[in-house]
Design a protein around this ligand. Structure first.
Ligand SMILES: Cc1cc2nc3c(=O)[nH]c(=O)nc-3n(C[C@H](O)[C@H](O)[C@H](O)COP(=O)(O)OP(=O)(O)OC[C@H]3O[C@@H](n4cnc5c(N)ncnc54)[C@H](O)[C@@H]3O)c2cc1C
Length: 453
């Protein structure tokens, strides 16, 4: 890996002799009491609480005044969490509670980070059905926004919930499942933290499995030509496109009995840093940038590794960014992708982060962006110190033209009226929300704009 990076750096150095590297760093965000992962959201809560047990959580909700917002690991880009009043974290309500071996289900505290679920589940003969591309999120946070991995035959994480426990604004607990408080369950599986605090979750799992992950660099045209077939032929398939290079890579995972080859997460930080350096040095000449990066990417060998499923989904993503991701009807992906690529490559030469394209199976959850349709997600990113507004504003109408629904946790400008047109059960969700939280204690300004009366 190191020698490949050196090779790339030498290539770029030689090509950039005439270049004037642009200095794009914006002012650093100042230190603030609470900010999300990317720095796109900040707030000054009066109270921050992390109850040590269920009783403390119930007392907090019963007694606190003003707005209460549950927070997970702060990995959402949208203003779902910010409030000037109370932020409550379930970081101390974490870990496995019990397992049902026969049903292959496990009861887990909702504050558990996804990366801390795999090992205890494996020790009890179970594994998550799928995972997203990082595992820093809390379980409740992941469910709240319909967090997903990739796999044309695999649904998003909210759909693995067999039942869950909510703690309501008045401190009462409420259990819901397909057969108990059914409508609340339909609302609570994708809830944006707008109904109450999810304290425990029963997950439907499967027997432990190993995954073989194969990563192959290819010309983007070849990837696009085969994308739907690859999605149908493999358990997990996604692809990335690197703007201004003509290249991308595919990531394919399938269940295997082969011996384990790796135990650590993939580290994608070096790749992002290299692309940033190439952008800094070469954006003055798109042709040279494509030539240098295309040449480099063509030298990259296929990478193959085998690991326990829970160790093979997530990567390290420490190079921070802001992100917009829309979930489109699967049949619209290719047309939308081509238009978005054209916009970026003709108007935004500073972009160096890849596009990411994933496949998700439909479900029946009221506010799931995957409700009722086989889905392809397209995600675009901007480095966290760069202004994302102009690029996202140029791309969002394309996402919407192709009938996209935004990821609940990722940047978008959709209004309540626009969401309502996408979700058959929008008013049912609002009615359940009103029933569970009549005083609107869980509504911050953004959620109030969506679900307020
Ligand atoms: C680097 C990075 C990679 C990502 N990769 C993926 C990916 O592969 N797939 C994908 O779909 N998304 C991805 N995301 C988005 C992320 O999964 C979602 O935004 C997720 O909601 C974040 O979970 P969190 O624990 O950080 O929750 P937060 O962002 O802190 O909160 C999210 C929502 O959950 C609510 N919430 C949190 N805890 C509770 C609780 N106990 N009860 C009720 N509500 C609660 C909050 O109120 C809020 O509405 C990524 C984000 C980043 C920054």
């Amino acid at each position: 890996m190191q020698s490949r990076r050196t090779f790339l750096q030498q290539l770029m150095g030689a090509a950039a002799v005439m270049a004037m590297p642009p200095h794009l760093l914006a002012a650093k965000p100042s230190a603030l009491p609470w900010r999300n992962w990317s720095g796109s959201q900040v707030c000054y809560p009066n109270t921050r609480s992390a109850p040590a047990d269920l009783a403390q959580l119930q007392t907090l909700l019963k007694e606190s005044q003003g707005i209460i917002r549950p927070v997970g690991s702060g990995h959402s880009f949208m203003p779902l969490v910010p409030t000037d009043d109370t932020i409550v974290s379930l970081s101390r309500l974490s870990g496995l509670i019990s397992v049902d071996a026969e049903k292959q289900q496990a009861r887990v505290w909702a504050g558990t980070r996804l990366g801390e679920i795999g090992e205890p589940l494996a020790q009890n003969g179970q594994a998550l059905l799928n995972m997203p591309d990082i595992d820093e999120q809390s379980l409740a946070g992941a469910i709240a926004t319909a967090t997903h991995g990739t796999g044309a035959q695999i649904t998003c994480m909210s759909d693995y919930v067999a039942s869950l426990q909510l703690v309501l604004a008045n401190g009462d607990t409420l259990e819901c499942s397909r057969s108990q408080n059914t409508d609340i369950f339909n609302a609570a599986r994708v809830n944006m933290g707008a109904l109450g605090v999810v304290s425990q979750v029963t997950l439907q799992n499967q027997a432990p499995y190993k995954l073989k992950r194969e990563t192959t660099w290819l010309p983007i045209e070849e990837i696009l030509e085969n994308a739907h077939q690859l999605a149908d032929d493999n358990r997990n398939f996604e692809f990335y496109f690197i703007p201004f290079t003509g290249m991308g890579f595919i990531d394919v995972q399938n269940i295997t009995d082969e011996p384990i080859t790796k135990m650590e997460k993939l580290d994608q930080n070096d790749g992002a840093e290299d692309l940033k350096t190439a952008r800094d040095l070469l954006s003055w000449s798109p042709k040279l940038r494509e030539l240098v990066l295309g040449t480099y990417m063509n030298t990259l060998p296929k990478e193959v590794n085998v690991a326990n499923s829970w160790q093979n989904y997530a990567s390290e993503r420490n190079v921070r960014f802001n992100e917009m991701e829309y979930h489109l009807p699967r049949e619209n992906m290719l047309d939308a992708f081509k238009e978005i690529r054209h916009i970026v490559e003709t108007q935004f030469p500073e972009v160096f982060f890849p596009f990411e394209v994933r496949f998700i199976k439909q479900d029946d959850i009221w506010l799931s962006p995957f409700n009722g349709r086989e889905t392809c997600s397209i995600a675009v990113h901007r480095y966290h110190q760069e202004d994302f507004q102009a690029m996202f504003a140029a791309i969002e109408p394309v996402m919407q033209k192709y009938n996209g629904r935004p990821h609940w946790g990722k940047l978008n400008t959709m209004t309540a009226q626009q969401f309502a047109a996408h979700y058959e059960h929008w008013s049912d969700f609002k009615a359940i929300r009103q029933q569970l939280d009549p005083e609107g204690q869980f509504l911050n300004p953004y959620l109030s704009s969506l679900f307020g009366s």
